[in-house]
Design a protein around this ligand. Structure first.
Ligand SMILES: O=C(O)[C@H](O)[C@@H](O)[C@H](O)[C@H](O)COP(=O)(O)O
Length: 223
């Protein structure tokens, strides 16, 4: 793990957006299309605001969320809505986006269909993760029903999680898919998350799921 510290969130956003644009460019030199999985939540917004202006072949970039809350895209909690609003703007509007939520359906019913769209994108070329203070990443929540299976080395690419702590069901890329990404970035803000990440190293992954995706990751931290 490489730990990068920045004086503030704006500086972090500029640097991480630059690094990710570089990662995407490098992969585009060798592949016709590249896959880019991005966290939802609030953390990536500032990075997306910078990244969406990057001068790269966005029409060859396939974007997906690392995880989705099972709500329609007009709901304020939709990760797809946030990604469309903050990342798929400016030059990045040319990117192709794979939404996970299917209106009117239960996540279990569309899992196989979604997996058939995700598998051709693997391994992920570039991954941007966030983390909660409870040490969840993507929608791999500590103690959630099915977490062991979602952390297993032979897990399917996607899993449905229904964490007690969350208001809705989630669909998430599983740990082995996240961990196998070629360029990996984890962004955390604030002392509480920094301490949580330090603690996560000493805990079993089912109690600290972020631990399962940390191999060769670049961690980016700002207060
Ligand atoms: O949909 C989600 O909630 C995420 O993808 C999740 O894993 C997120 O990255 C963390 O919960 C951090 O969330 P914040 O960035 O909002 O602190």
């Amino acid at each position: 793990m490489k730990f990068n510290e920045y004086p503030d969130q704006d500086m972090l956003a500029i640097e991480v957006a630059n690094e990710i644009a570089g990662d995407l460019k490098t992969h585009l030199l060798h592949q016709d299309t590249v896959s880019f999985a991005v966290a939802g939540g609030t953390t990536p917004g500032l990075i997306f605001d910078d990244l969406c202006a990057a001068d790269i072949d966005w029409d060859r970039v396939h974007v997906m969320a690392t995880d989705e809350r099972w709500v329609p895209q007009d709901n304020a909690r939709s990760n797809a809505a946030m990604i469309r609003k903050r990342l798929l703007q400016n030059r990045a509007a040319a990117a192709q986006f794979l939404p996970f939520h299917v209106p009117g359906r239960e996540p279990e019913d569309v899992l196989a269909e979604l997996e058939s769209r995700v598998v051709p994108e693997l391994p992920l070329s570039v991954l941007l993760l966030g983390m909660g203070e409870d040490m969840h990443t993507a929608s791999l929540f500590p103690g959630a029903a099915g977490i062991e299976a979602a952390l297993a080395a032979d897990a399917p690419p996607l899993a449905v999680m229904r964490p007690d702590s969350q208001p809705e069901a989630r669909i998430t890329l599983t740990a082995r898919v996240l961990d196998a990404a070629i360029a990996k970035h984890l962004v955390i803000f604030g002392d509480a998350k920094r301490e949580a990440l330090e603690q996560a190293m000493a805990l079993p992954p089912e109690n600290a799921p972020v631990q399962a995706v940390l191999s060769e990751v670049s961690v980016h931290w700002a207060p």
